[in-house]
Design a protein around this ligand. Structure first.
Ligand code: NAI
Length: 765
């Protein structure tokens, strides 16, 4: 049976349907987005297009989506029909009855319901419909939340599950977990339990909102928005409604007690203080004089919003030095004697016990429970990973001491005297065969290493340089490992990938040293650093074997320059790429300006055509420090070439990069330096600086930005050549360095670098 996905129909152009349609478009799938009538569908789609963060990779992707009335749907022709209409049984059943009559022989039908029993949705349908039916529970926002739960009904065929899983994983880049058809499936079930234990602790316990957020955020491996900021974003009304729906479907008295809201939450609901969409919830942003704004926090005793007091607790300070990452901190908290520890046991501890008790009803194995919580709620560790990190016996003893666990009490798998659920260190959320870097480390294939990067042997003659410094900034150590990796791959292998296991490929060159040398006036030393950077970047291109950068997340400045010179790039769809040097008062001088100039000249339709529009575009891209919002956008900006690959799923990125190396390795011809780069001379410089002048006069850019803009224009025009001519690569690289060095001498540039190093933000001085 064909696994291709060419066309899809999404029914229901609301919050979820419209965004799911957008993400299908991102994946190159033609979508018909339907609603009760054409106007409603069009309006829903328009609303989605205005959302931030953007559900679409680029505005052009919108052309993949047509909207229409449900009566216009060609249910027979679609590969996949996704139902995302109102969360009510009857309308959904009526819709499926209609689809049952009209669907094609192989059409798969799925429902995005978050709480209705899927079995009841297929009741009365034909056997063939049921075989092709499955739940696909996306999370909001679907482009950015990786988890999709697949929920088969009894009749769903294995082939249907396999096809949908493949589409979701490979085409849409989602992280899939198969769940049982139980109320709220896995992630929302456990997540809701966790949330309500915290709400109850707030109602009755000693801690205020800010302290609880401090105890339920990154300290225990959760997102920064922790508990209350998360609710303010999703809406207290939504959270309590989902809880009510859940309670209706369970007879567990413990859950009925847990999900009964206390007087504080009831008071907030009564006042409609339900979060951001109401302008206030647990927090409220208050505008002050002169455009400033302050975030206030709810004081439930007086029902007013009061200034926040920084959370200062010795227990939290001590945890900062705790070894073992989130696992170590959770263990210390869970087993401690402080009030904060008692709070953690009353909340997270209870949820862990509850999960251990119910998991068999909601998931096929404990791995899927851990995966669902990682991917759906951004937990760094799933519940069973946490239990294992603490140790079953120690955890049980601590809960017993609090009277939270009777005898005999250890639920299910926790009993039996074991101390962990799994062999320690054995759990991997993702398929092991896709974890190229971690796999090489598991097999102890680290060839060479320093504090910034390591050379790994990933097998089959493919070596990898793994970046692993803070934000993977690129300094001398990184360059050394890149050189070592290239040498090794040339000597013994067939190719090299440059990659990271982190969330960001790299924030760019490490500017700490540049700043220090600039402050000391050590220009020769800066010149040597930039030369070394340029040399290494060029060696990626000139290597005798293909060198592929496998990029994901932030890929800025020097990291973009590396990618511009790799044999090819494999980019995760979520790649944020840009030459942002202007933000730190500099210009790209690691071959980036040169390469953008060269590529611009190559885009001319003929050798005699005017290069200005193309150079102008490169100039603006660098001058405004434009960062791509996705890999396809990076392609539109000229950072990625047509032969460069895009992986929809971040987890597949490194395996895809390895395949790209293999495809290029046989008969590989190294890249070559362009010998004749056309430059426009004074005319080009005049045209580019006119833009700078106009932008400056209109107040769109500041004094220093204008200075940097003029330097950039000077390099892109070929420096002091008397007229349009052709120059060599090394000539342009000299110009890059010259401009870079002169900017390093500017106090405003030094101030920008210092500010960025300190705050991670850019200073517009
Ligand atoms: P919504 O209320 O934003 O949108 C529903 C859309 O369906 C509306 O545009 C409505 O006009 C349309 N509709 C209603 N009846 C219809 C019918 N018979 N035929 C065609 N269109 C019809 O709802 P939302 O939030 O997008 O939810 C849709 C589904 O996704 C629900 O089953 C919900 O439980 C589920 N879900 C929602 C999530 C969320 O965060 N909002 C997350 C995960 C799942």
């Amino acid at each position: 049976m064909s696994k291709t996905l060419r066309s899809a129909i999404v029914i229901g152009a609301g919050t979820m349907g419209a965004q799911i349609a957008a993400h299908l478009a991102n994946a190159g799938v033609a979508v018909h987005l339907l609603d009760v009538d054409a106007a409603t569908a069009a309006a829903g789609w328009k609303r989605a297009l205005a959302l931030k963060p953007d559900p679409l990779f680029t505005p052009t992707h919108a052309t993949m989506v047509r909207t229409g009335a449900i009566d216009e749907g060609d249910f027979g022709g679609a590969d996949w029909i996704i139902e995302a209409i109102v969360e009510r049984l009857e309308p959904k059943r009526a819709l499926f009855e209609r689809i049952d009559r009209q669907r094609g022989e192989t059409t798969i039908v799925s429902s995005n319901t978050s709480g209705l029993p899927l079995a009841s949705l297929v009741e009365g349908r034909t056997e063939d419909f049921a075989r092709h039916f499955v739940g696909t529970h996306f999370f909001n926002p679907p482009r950015y939340m990786p988890l999709v739960e697949i929920i088969p009904v009894e009749a769903t065929s294995a082939d249907t599950v396999a096809r949908v899983r493949h589409w979701l994983d490979v085409r849409l880049g989602r992280s899939v977990v198969v769940a049982k058809d139980s109320p709220n499936f896995i992630a929302n079930h456990i997540g809701l339990h966790g949330l309500f234990t915290v709400l109850q602790a707030w109602e009755t316990g000693p801690f205020d909102i800010d302290t609880i957020d401090a105890l339920t955020g990154p300290v225990i491996g959760r997102p920064k928005s922790a508990t209350f900021r998360t609710i303010d974003i999703t809406g207290l009304d939504v959270a309590t409604q989902v809880a009510r729906n859940f309670v209706e479907r369970t007879s567990d008295p413990e859950l009925h007690r847990l999900f009964t809201v206390g007087p504080r939450i009831a008071g907030m609901l009564e006042r409609q203080w339900i979060g951001e969409k109401a302008g206030q919830g647990f927090f409220k942003r208050e505008k002050g004089p002169g455009g400033t704004s302050e975030i206030l926090v709810l004081d439930p005793a007086t029902w007013t919003y009061v200034p926040r007091v920084p959370v200062q607790r010795p227990v939290l300070d001590a945890l900062r030095d705790q070894r073992g990452g989130a696992a170590g901190r959770i263990k210390a908290l869970m087993l401690g004697t402080s009030a904060e520890s008692a709070f953690t046991r009353a909340t997270l501890g209870e949820t862990l016990l509850y999960t251990a008790r119910v998991w068999q009803h909601i998931a096929r194995d404990i791995d899927d429970v851990d995966r669902a919580m990682r991917w759906g709620f951004g937990w760094e560790l799933g519940p069973f990973e946490i239990i294992d990190a603490i140790g079953i016996q120690a955890f049980a003893a601590a809960m017993r001491d609090d009277g939270r666990l009777g005898e005999p009490a250890l639920p299910n798998g926790l009993a039996g005297g074991r101390d962990t659920m799994r062999v320690p260190g054995s759990f991997r959320a993702d398929p092991v065969e896709l974890l190229v870097l971690a796999g090489a480390r598991d097999r102890q294939q680290v060839v060479e290493s320093n504090g910034a990067a390591s050379v790994l042997d990933t097998g089959d003659g493919i070596f990898a340089v793994e970046l692993h410094s803070k934000m993977n900034t690129i300094g001398g150590d990184t360059l050394a490992m890149l050189q070592a990796g290239i040498a090794r791959a040339e000597r013994e292998g067939v190719g090299l990938i440059v990659a990271t296991q982190g969330q960001a490929f790299s924030a760019g060159a490490n500017l700490m040293l540049v700043l220090m040398e600039a402050q000391d006036g050590e220009w020769e030393s800066i010149d040597a650093m930039v030369r070394a950077f340029q040399r290494t970047v060029l060696s990626l291109r000139d290597a005798q074997v293909p060198v592929i950068t496998a990029i994901n997340g932030l890929t800025l400045g020097g990291a973009t320059e590396m990618s511009l010179h790799a044999s090819a790039v494999q980019a995760a769809a979520e790649t944020y790429m840009g030459l942002v040097e202007v933000g730190v008062g500099l210009i790209p001088a690691g071959c980036g300006t040169k390469e953008m100039l060269w590529r611009a000249s190559q885009q001319r339709p003929s050798k005699h055509a005017d290069a200005l529009p193309f150079v102008q575009k490169a100039f603006e891209t660098m001058g405004f420090g434009v960062v791509s919002t996705s890999a396809p956008h990076a392609r539109a900006l000229g950072f990625l070439r047509h032969g460069d690959g895009i992986s929809m799923h971040r987890t597949r990125l490194h395996a895809d990069a390895r395949e790209l190396v293999q495809a290029r390795a046989a008969g590989y011809v190294p890249g070559r330096a362009p010998t004749a780069i056309p430059v426009g001379g004074p005319d080009m410089r005049a045209a580019l600086t006119l833009g700078v002048h106009l932008a400056h006069r209109a107040g769109r850019i500041g004094d220093h930005d204008a200075t940097i803009g003029r330097k950039l224009a000077w390099v892109l025009a070929g420096g002091d050549v008397p007229h349009a001519t052709e120059v060599t690569e090394s000539y342009v690289l000299d110009l890059e360095r010259e401009a870079f060095l002169s900017l390093c001498g500017e106090p405003k540039t030094q101030a920008r670098i210092a500010h960025t190093l300190k705050t991670g933000k850019t200073l517009r001085n």
